[in-house]
Design a protein around this ligand. Structure first.
Ligand SMILES: [Zn+2]
Ligand SMILES: [Zn+2]
Length: 276
């Protein structure tokens, strides 16, 4: 499968906190990190704790160039950044993008603010890679390499968040976490953004029954993911950003319930590979 020209690989699918426990072996314990391979290019979406395993793979494969896109900078999406080994390799070139800020904060300031004492001893000045910190504002379209088009969309989430739609070889994959929906309200702009995509990786922190209790937390439900896929003609749903307390058994049940309603649904897990 890894020879496919367009490939999606999940390195961490949990939200909020890593959840290492014997009851979590099937779906993995790491937080958000997704890799997409487009031809020879490596695109990374968020570097939660899943970035540690991703990092080992990139090092093993001697990947010397990649693009990293932040959805936003809550801890579960950035905690793996200091552990991304290629950033300490002087032969590596990387471009790091962020566009979720609601003020004039830049991507470089955000990384410097996070990797700083007393929160963390290693600052970005220890990175030996050639890094370009790039800023954008949704709905900017990004074209990191010839043939790869990435559209961006602002998501409803505290402190701001960005969703990405990656198009390559006529197929599209949408990465949408973290986002809160409004029950019963159709978001036409979001549907247009998702329209006809092969895969939607979506914030399914809760289910509809739990959702009322967590209004304002900035997250969504797997049922809303199914509704979006059906309304926008998206073929596959990756249930993503699991609550820390969701153990294997519960996630298995969510997968069965979701597949009963939408056969293209799958629960995201570390190691899952998808060909769009
Ligand atoms: Zn999150
Ligand atoms: Zn968040």
């Amino acid at each position: 499968m890894s020879e496919a020209p367009f490939l999606v690989r999940i390195w961490g699918a949990r939200g909020s906190l890593p959840a290492p426990a014997a009851s979590n072996t099937l779906f993995g314990s790491d937080t958000c990190s997704v890799e997409m391979r487009c031809g020879g290019h490596v695109l990374i979406f968020d570097v939660g704790s899943g970035a540690e395993s991703l990092s080992s793979r990139l090092t093993r494969e001697k990947v010397k160039d990649f693009d990293l896109f932040f959805s936003h900078c809550h801890f579960d999406h950035i905690m793996g950044l200091p552990f991304l080994k290629p950033l300490y390799d002087h032969e590596v070139t990387a471009r790091i993008y962020a566009g979720h800020f609601e003020d004039e904060t830049t991507c470089e300031e955000m990384v410097g603010g996070f990797m700083a004492p007393p929160y963390f001893p290693v600052t970005p000045k220890y990175f030996d890679a050639q890094i370009a910190y790039l800023n954008f504002r949704p709905p900017d379209t990004l074209t990191p390499h010839e043939g790869i088009v990435i559209r961006t969309h602002r998501l409803n989430h505290p402190n701001g968040c960005v969703g990405y739609r990656v198009s390559y070889l006529g197929r599209s994959v949408c990465y949408l976490t973290d986002i809160e929906h409004t029950p019963g309200k159709t978001d036409e702009k979001l549907l247009a953004f998702l329209k006809g995509a092969e895969i939607l990786i979506y914030d399914c922190m809760y289910n509809d029954a739990e959702f009322d209790h967590y209004r304002g937390y900035g997250h969504s439900t797997w049922e809303e993911g199914v509704r979006l896929c059906e309304a926008a003609g998206v073929k596959r749903l990756v249930i993503f950003h699991h609550r820390p307390g969701r153990h294997d058994e519960e996630l298995r049940k969510i997968e069965a319930d979701a597949q009963a309603r939408f056969p293209g649904a799958v629960v995201g897990r570390t190691g899952l590979e998808l060909v769009p």
